[in-house]
Design a protein around this ligand. Structure first.
Ligand code: 26W
Length: 814
C-alpha cells in the first residue's frame, strides 16, 4: 500500500465506522455495546468490499473471462471479519483505529457467529476453494442455499450430545447482500401432458407450482484485496402470485399452508455427513438450489452478450461438489431441450462439456439414490429426461459389451429392483460430466477400480485426481499469528500466496534458536487452548503435556474408538500396573455426531465417561487428562489446531476420501499419527516417512481381509491381553458403574463384526503411540520433525488444488 492510499483507506474506514454507528445502528457513541462495535466495523468493511466486488466484476467483464461456478449444498465459511481484514491488508490499521477509541479489535472477533452452512470436510473444502479462487484472481463463484439454521449447536449434558438450533441470522449477517431483483422462479410438482401434434414429441409440464429463490450474496475477499467474489445463496419463498390465486379461490388456509411448505425448504441444513436422508424435503432442496443456480448462470451468460448457447462450455464451467447438485445435469438438459429448443444430441454435448463432478466418498450408505416415485411426484419432466439418459447410456454400453453383458445392469442409472426403482445419482453425475475426480491419489484410484469400474472402462479419459488442499490464509496466517510472524520474519511473506516457499525453512530445521522459538509459540498456543478448555469444561490442561488431538466429525470409520481404546489402555497401565507414561498427555477430542447416528452419539458419551473417571482419579494426576471440547466448528478449530502436538488421522484405510484436517494440523507443526488412508499417504511422501507416524493395515490388506471373509476380531481379543483388558473394562461398566450395561455394545460390536477393523490395528496403534512418547521426550528431535512438517506441507494449499482444477477441468486460461 502506498502511503497516500493507506491514509485515504484509514480515513474512509474511520468515516464509514462512524457513519454506520450513527445511521445503521442509529446510536450515539455512549450507547455502544461490544456487539454494536462489531456491527459497525463489519458494515464499514462491507462497504469497502462492495466497491471492490463491483470493480472485480467489471474487470472480468472487460477481460471476457470464462466463469466457474461451484455448486455445493454446503459452504462452511466460519467467521469473516478477521479474514476479510487480513485479506484486505487492513487488520493492523483497523486495530489501531479502534484502539484509539478504546476498543480491542480481537474482542470483537468473538462477537461474530460462525456461518456454519456445512457439516464437515466437504463444506469446508468449498470454503477454502472460494478463498483460493478469489486470491488467485479467478472468476469463481459459489452457489448454495441460504439456510436459516446452519449446522446444529452441540451441547453436552450428562455426557450426551444434545442438539440446539443454530439461528445464525438472528442478527442479520453483515456479509450477506440481499438481491431481491435477481429472484429466480423454479417449477415443481405437476404432471406431463404428452403432445406430439407437430410430429415431434413435445411434452408439456402442466399444473406446476412455482418456487421462488431469493438470492443473497456472501462476499469472498481474495488475499490482497484486488478480487472480491461471492457465493450466491438462495432462500426459498412462496410465490405471492400463486398464493393470491388460491387465496382468491377462497381457500385461505391452504394458501398459508403452501407458503409454509415453500419457506420450509431453506430452513435447515441436513445434519448428516454420511447417511443419505431420502426425504422429500432434501430432494426439494437439491432441486431448488440447482434450478435457481442454472437459471442464474444462463441469465449471466446472456447478459454478457453471449447469444449462441453452443458457446456455453467455452464460457462457463460448472463443478458439482459431490452428487448433491447432480440434478443440474437434468435441469440444464431440460432448459436446453424445452426452452432453447435444441435437439437431444446438441443439448447433451453442451451439458457434458460444461459440467464436471467431484466425488467425496465411497461409503455406500452415503451414495445418493432417489426413488422413482418421489422424482415422478416432484419433478416429472426431469425424470423423463433421466430415463432417456439412462436408456441411451445402456444402449451405448450394449454396443460395447453386448446386449447380454451383466455390466449393463451395473452401469445403469436406474436400478429397477431397489425399493420399486431408484435413480443412482452418482451414475447420472458420471455420465453427464466430462470430468470425474476423486480428492486424493488413493481415493481417485478407488473411484476407478471399486466405485465405477464400468464407467472407467467406457470413459477412462474422464477420470482424474485432484488432491484436496486448505487455505493457508485462514489456517496459518489467521489461526496461528505467532507462527505466521515467525515464518514471515525468516523467509518473507511470499508463503501467504505461494505455500511452497515454506520449503526454505528446511535449511533452518536444525537451528536451535528456531527450535526455541517454535517451542515458545506452540507453548503459547497451548496455553490459549487450555484457557478455552478451562472456560468450557472447568478442566485444567497442563501446557507442558503432549496435546494429542482428534477433531473431526464423529464416525465409526474415523475410529474415535481406536483412540479411546488407547486412552483406556494408558489409564489401566497407570492405575493397575503402576507404570507411568513416558510423557504426560492431554487427550483432546472434538466433533459432532449426526443426530440420528446412535453409535456415534454413544461414542461421545463414552469419551465423556472415560474423561470423568480419568480426570477424577488422583493416581493419574499430572499424567493424563481427557477433554471432549463441545461444539466443534470453524472458529474452535482455529483455536485447537495451532495448539496440537499430535494429530490423530486414524481412519480405516480405504475409507477416508482425503481428509483436510490432516493438512491443517501439519501446517501448524503437529506431527501426525495416521493410517495409510486418503491424503495421509501423500503427506507422508511430502514430509518424509521419518517425520510422520504411520501404522496399521493398508487399504489393500483391508480389502483382502474383507474379500477372504475370514477376519475374526475375537482372535485378537483372545490373543492380546491388552485388548481383553481394555474391552472388558469398558463393557463391564468401569466407566459408568451406575449404568453398567450401557457400553456393552462396544465389546459386542468389536468382537462381532468390527466393520472398521479397530482390533486389527490396535496393537500397532498403541506401539506407535509409545514410540511417539519416546520421541516427544527428546524435545530436539520432535521439534525438528515439527519444523520439517511445516516446511514440506506446501503442496497441500488449496491454491495448488484450485490451479489444477482450472488447468485440467475448467480450462480457465482460454
Ligand atoms: C447424502 C449425505 C451425505 C452428505 C455429505 C453424504 C456424504 C457427504 C459428504 C461427501 C461427506 C464429506 O464431507 N466427505 C469428506 O469430503 C472431504 C473433502 O473432500 C474429504 O476430505 C473427506 O475425506 C470426506 O469424508
Amino acid at each position: 500500500m502506498t502511503e497516500t492510499f493507506e491514509a485515504a483507506t484509514r480515513a474512509s474506514l474511520a468515516a464509514l465506522i462512524e457513519h454506520h454507528i450513527r445511521f445503521t445502528l442509529a446510536k450515539s457513541r455512549g450507547q455502544l455495546r461490544k456487539r454494536d462495535w462489531y456491527t459497525a466495523v463489519a458494515m464499514a468493511l462491507r462497504d469497502l468490499l462492495v466497491d471492490r466486488m463491483l470493480a472485480t466484476r467489471a474487470r472480468f467483464d472487460r477481460r471476457d473471462a470464462k466463469r466457474v461456478y461451484y455448486l455445493s449444498l454446503e459452504f462452511l465459511i466460519g467467521r469473516s471479519l478477521d479474514n476479510n481484514l487480513l485479506n484486505l491488508g487492513i487488520r493492523e490499521m483497523c486495530r489501531e483505529l479502534l484502539a484509539a477509541r478504546g476498543i480491542d479489535l480481537q474482542a470483537l472477533f468473538d462477537e461474530e457467529h460462525d456461518a456454519a452452512l456445512g457439516n464437515g470436510g466437504l463444506g469446508r473444502l468449498a470454503a477454502c476453494f472460494l478463498d483460493s479462487m478469489a486470491s488467485l484472481d479467478m472468476p469463481g463463484y459459489g452457489y448454495g442455499i441460504n439456510y436459516e439454521f446452519g449446522l446444529f449447536r452441540q451441547e453436552v449434558r450428562d455426557g450426551y450430545q444434545v442438539e440446539a438450533p443454530d439461528a445464525w441470522q438472528q442478527d442479520p449477517s453483515p456479509w450477506l447482500i440481499p438481491r431481491p431483483e435477481e429472484a429466480c422462479v423454479v417449477p415443481v410438482y405437476g404432471r406431463i401432458e404428452h403432445d406430439d401434434r407437430q410430429g415431434r414429441y413435445q411434452p408439456r409440464w402442466v399444473d406446476q407450482r412455482p418456487l421462488v429463490g431469493l438470492p443473497s450474496d456472501l462476499l469472498i475477499a481474495g488475499y490482497g484485496g484486488k478480487t472480491v467474489n461471492f457465493v450466491r445463496l438462495f432462500a426459498a419463498r412462496a410465490s405471492d402470485e400463486f398464493d393470491i390465486r388460491i387465496f382468491n379461490s377462497g381457500d385461505y388456509v391452504k394458501a398459508v399452508e403452501q407458503k409454509i411448505v415453500s419457506e420450509t425448504l431453506s430452513k435447515i441444513l441436513y445434519p448428516s455427513d454420511s447417511i443419505q436422508a431420502g426425504r422429500e424435503l432434501r430432494l426439494m432442496q437439491e432441486y431448488f438450489f440447482v434450478g435457481c443456480a442454472i437459471r442464474d448462470i444462463l441469465r449471466g451468460f446472456s447478459r454478457r452478450g453471449e447469444d449462441d448457447i453452443r458457446d456455453l462450455p467455452s464460457r462457463v464451467a460448472i463443478q458439482l461438489n459431490d452428487t448433491h447438485p447432480t440434478l443440474a445435469i437434468a435441469e440444464l438438459m431440460r432448459l436446453l431441450l424445452d426452452e432453447y429448443g435444441l435437439e437431444w444430441g446438441a443439448a447433451w454435448e453442451i451439458t457434458n462439456a460444461t459440467v464436471a463432478f467431484t466425488n467425496h466418498t465411497l461409503m455406500p450408505e452415503a451414495l445418493e439414490r432417489w426413488p422413482l416415485a418421489l422424482l415422478e411426484h416432484v419433478i416429472p419432466r426431469h425424470l423423463q429426461i433421466i430415463r432417456e439418459i439412462d436408456s441411451r447410456l445402456r444402449g451405448h454400453a450394449a454396443t460395447v459389451w453386448g446386449e447380454q453383458s451383466e455390466k449393463l445392469g451395473r452401469i445403469a442409472i436406474i436400478d429397477p429392483y431397489a425399493n420399486g426403482g431408484e435413480v443412482r445419482m452418482a451414475h447420472l453425475a458420471m455420465v453427464g460430466s466430462h470430468s470425474i475426480n476423486g480428492v486424493s491419489e488413493l481415493h481417485s484410484e478407488l473411484v476407478k477400480t471399486r466405485l465405477a469400474p464400468e464407467f472407467h472402462e467406457l470413459w477412462p479419459e474422464r477420470f482424474n485426481n485432484k488432491t484436496n488442499g486448505v487455505t493457508q490464509r485462514r489456517w496459518l496466517l489467521l489461526a496461528n499469528p505467532r507462527l505466521a510472524n515467525l515464518l514471515t520474519r525468516l523467509i518473507g511473506d511470499g508463503w501467504v500466496t505461494d505455500l511452497e516457499r515454506l520449503r526454505v525453512l528446511e535449511q533452518h530445521a536444525g537451528d536451535e534458536g528456531l527450535h526455541a522459538e517454535f517451542t515458545a509459540i506452540k507453548r503459547e498456543n497451548k496455553e490459549r487452548l487450555a484457557t478455552t478448555v478451562h472456560r468450557l469444561l472447568q478442566l485444567d490442561l497442563d501446557p507442558e503435556s503432549l496435546f494429542d488431538v482428534q477433531a473431526k466429525r464423529i464416525h465409526e470409520y474415523k475410529r474415535q474408538l481406536l483412540m479411546l481404546l488407547g486412552i483406556v489402555y494408558q489409564y489401566l497401565r497407570v492405575v493397575e500396573d503402576h507404570v507411568d507414561p513416558i510423557v504426560p498427555r492431554s487427550y483432546i477430542i472434538a466433533g459432532k455426531a449426526a443426530p440420528g447416528y446412535w453409535a456415534a452419539k454413544l461414542i461421545i458419551k463414552l469419551i465423556n465417561c472415560v474423561a470423568d473417571v480419568v480426570n477424577n482419579d488422583a493416581r493419574t494426576h499430572g499424567l493424563l487428562k481427557v477433554a471432549f471440547v463441545p461444539d466443534y466448528r470453524v472458529s474452535l478449530a482455529e483455536r485447537i489446531i495451532p495448539a496440537a502436538d499430535l494429530s490423530e488421522q486414524i481412519s480405516t484405510a480405504g475409507r477416508e476420501a482425503s481428509g483436510t484436517g490432516n493438512m491443517k494440523f501439519a501446517m501448524n507443526g503437529a506431527l501426525t499419527i495416521g493410517t495409510l488412508d486418503g491424503a495421509n499417504i501423500e503427506i507422508r511422501d511430502a514430509v518424509g516417512p521419518e517425520n510422520i507416524f504411520i501404522f496399521g493395515l493398508t487399504a489393500g490388506e483391508i480389502a483382502e481381509l474383507t474379500q477372504r471373509g475370514d477376519y475374526q476380531p475375537s482372535r485378537y481379543y483372545h490373543q492380546d491381553e491388552r485388548i481383553r483388558r481394555v474391552l472388558d473394562a469398558i463393557a463391564d461398566g468401569r466407566f459408568l458403574p451406575r449404568e453398567p450395561d450401557l457400553f456393552r455394545w462396544v465389546r459386542e460390536s468389536l468382537l462381532g463384526r468390527d466393520e472398521y477393523m479397530v482390533l486389527a490395528d490396535f496393537a500397532a496403534y498403541i506401539e506407535t503411540q509409545e514410540a511417539i512418547s519416546r520421541e516427544y521426550a527428546q524435545r530436539g528431535s520432535w521439534r525438528r520433525k515439527s519444523i520439517l512438517n511445516v516446511a514440506r506441507i506446501g503442496r497441500f494449499s488449496s491454491d495448488r488444488a484450485v490451479r489444477e482444477y482450472a488447468r485440467d477441468i475448467w480450462h480457465l486460461s482460454d
